[in-house]
Design a protein around this ligand. Sequence first.
Ligand code: PMV
Length: 307
Amino acid sequence: TRIGVGHAHAKVILLGEHAVVYGAPAIGLPLPGLAVRATARHTEPGDSSTRIRFTTTGSEYALPANSGLAALVALFEEPGAGIAVRVLSDIPLGRGLGSSAACARATVGALDRLLDRPVVEPEVYSLVQTAERVAHGNPSGIDAATTGSPRPLMFSDGTSEALSVGMRGVFVVADSGNSGATRTAVDLVAERFRRNPILRTRFVQRIHALAHAARPVLTAGRADELGPILNENHSLLSELGLSTPKLDLLVRVAVDAGCVGAKLTGGGLGGCVLALAADPEHARRAAARLRTAGATTTWTVSAESFR
Ligand code: PMV
């Protein structure tokens, strides 16, 4: 039997989460070490095998019929020709690492290849967004884009630009062990901005400035120039009520361990912290301290790997 295979990877947001929902630019970083592989095959008539099998970090999940992945598979099925999909993911759920977008992207790749359709952007991106809307309501699209990119992306209003990276340094991602609540967080921010529109204008303008300051640093600057930008982004998110004591603790531990800067990443209210170390030695030390302080897992990716 013919089998279609698709791939994608995790992501973190370097800066600009939440502001990106209001049109500010955000920068997404790929995490190629956390991968998703999907396979798709046609089922025989009367075949009762599970339509979508989803396994992540060792546990198998049954997906509800109204999930984003089920909606995607339905778009590719023809009457009398069912499709079975198997998704194997390294990405923990609900940590702001782009699990849902990466699984959708790998699934679209597998379905396109099964049906011998060309796998091309921006069609793939918009299909991933279709699934993301089922899962998240009104996603900006930064997850859908970054989970398929080998390079960091400057993302705004649905368009993305790949950034070349000349900066050295090592990004450290630490999982707080608590699920984030992106949808709750997005609603919380919407409510605060509705009551105080000036807050919204100031937040969005500040993130615009930070994103435009970060860009030349990533391209040709030094890690220590990016540190204060990440720290300020964390303060801005924290002022909006999106941090937690555990996230604040991990940010402090990373900076105390010698990282040049650190912030919560993704929707907030849980999930992960992203820190930047100037070199592998500082990254190793920070990762060890973060785990001692209660991070359940840490991952590192060097800026050089994006060249
Ligand atoms: O999926 P997460 O938790 O990385 O959060 C996405 C970032 C937000 O800006 C909060 C929402 C969005 O749709 O961009």
